[in-house]
Design a binder for this molecule. Structure first.
Ligand code: F6R
Length: 253
């Protein structure tokens, strides 16, 4: 695991944009796994800038998003599909037919999960998976549980996640209770993983992910078993990590 210590959100986003741009430069037909939420917005803004200024090319890139709320159509402004259109898809030269988000409107969500897994497989698997982290250490919508859920599946969101995500909705009651999410095995199958975390609210989750025991009660902790993970944290999110690690800008172990 490699941890990049940065000062603030902007620096975290910049480091992440370098890694994603480097990936696309080396492999233009990369398959990217993407996250929504507030964390990757700065990364997406910077990728748009790199696209506009030096022509970072997305024309052969395929993307798979981690998750979608159940019952939300792509036209719904609260949907993750809509979020991605707004923050990335419509602003770079990605081909619409190469951008995938799980279908939260599918009648049979188990079948949709299998279809999504198969699409990823047919695309050759995920080269680089971008992740945020929940305050409860969830990744995707893999909530703390007694076991790791393997592949794309329907999840009931934790009360803590519903509370955290209510900031994007008019009322907490409006936050959907269910989502469809990539599973832990899908994430672990990605060749490279990039986990971003900023702000004091994420400090505990980052500690559990990096220093805690590997347990489904802190889903991000599984990343300790992945062979190519880069964690980029800002100062606040790194608050509980050992001080001696922070003497280096990049700590590898
Ligand atoms: C989003 C996702 C979630 C978020 C996490 C953090 O697609 O899968 O795991 O990354 O909830 O959300 P923010 O970035 O809003 O703090």
């Amino acid at each position: 695991m490699r941890i990049i210590f940065t000062e603030d959100y902007e620096a975290m986003s910049r480091e992440a944009a370098k890694i994603v741009s480097g990936q696309l430069y080396l492999k233009p037909a990369s398959v990217l796994g993407l996250a929504t939420g507030s964390t990757p917005v700065g990364l997406y803004e910077m990728l748009i800038q790199v696209h506009e200024t030096i022509g970072l090319d997305f024309s052969s890139v395929t993307t798979f998003n981690l998750d979608e709320y159940v019952g939300m159509s792509p036209e719904n402004p609260q949907s993750y599909h809509y979020f991605m259109q707004e923050h990335l898809f419509s602003r770079v030269n990605l081909k619409p037919e190469n951008c995938f988000v799980p279908d939260g409107m599918a009648e049979d969500l188990a079948a949709e999960g299998r279809r999504y897994d198969e699409r990823i497989r047919q695309a050759g698997g995920i080269d680089l998976q971008v992740l945020g982290i929940g305050q409860n250490a969830h990744i995707g919508f893999n909530e703390p549980d007694i076991k790791f859920e393997a592949m794309t599946h329907k999840v009931r969101l934790d009360d803590e996640t519903i509370r955290a995500n209510s900031r994007f909705f008019a009322r907490a009651e409006d936050v959907p209770r269910y989502a469809i999410s990539l599973g832990i095995r899908n994430i672990m199958l990605a060749l490279r993983v990039l986990l971003l975390a900023n702000g004091a609210k994420k400090a505990e989750a980052v500690y559990k992910a990096v220093c805690g025991s590997v347990t489904p009660e802190a889903p991000a902790s599984i990343l300790q078993l992945h062979r190519d993970v880069t964690v980029i944290v800002d100062r606040e999110a790194a608050a509980h990590l050992p001080a001696e690690w922070k003497r280096e800008a990049v700590y590898t172990f």
